[in-house]
Design a protein around this ligand. Structure first.
Ligand SMILES: [Zn+2]
Length: 113
């Protein structure tokens, strides 16, 4: 389960941002994760809840938005989105595709009261 280490690095990032901007009463943290990271949103929320238990972020909700896998076909020169990590162009069915998105993992916003 790699969600625990991810939750820990997220927490570090969030705490750094909070300190830098002197934020108070944080109610939620919005993060974006690409589908290719294979992160389970429920597992990540759960881990985040556990590791924030003894911190000032106790009870802060993790709002996770999953981003689609984005590809680009070298043959038909088109961008497309994929539901599954199968790298085939949905239009011409060839494998000559480039991954343009889906590996994202970042803190998008920190919401305060
Ligand atoms: Zn194509």
């Amino acid at each position: 389960m790699h969600e625990l280490s991810i939750a820990e690095s997220l927490l570090a990032i969030v705490q750094e941002e909070i300190a830098r901007h002197c934020l108070e009463n944080v109610i939620s943290v919005k993060i974006k994760v690409g589908k290719l990271t294979a992160i389970q949103p429920e597992a990540l929320s759960f881990c985040f809840e556990i590791i924030t238990e003894d911190t000032s972020l106790k009870g802060v909700a993790l709002d996770i938005e999953v981003l689609a896998i984005k590809g680009y076909c070298e043959e038909c020169k088109e961008n497309f989105e994929l539901e599954e990590p199968v790298m085939i162009c949905p239009k011409c069915r060839n494998w000559n595709v480039r991954i343009k998105g889906g590996r994202e993992l970042y803190v998008d916003a920190i919401e305060v009261e």
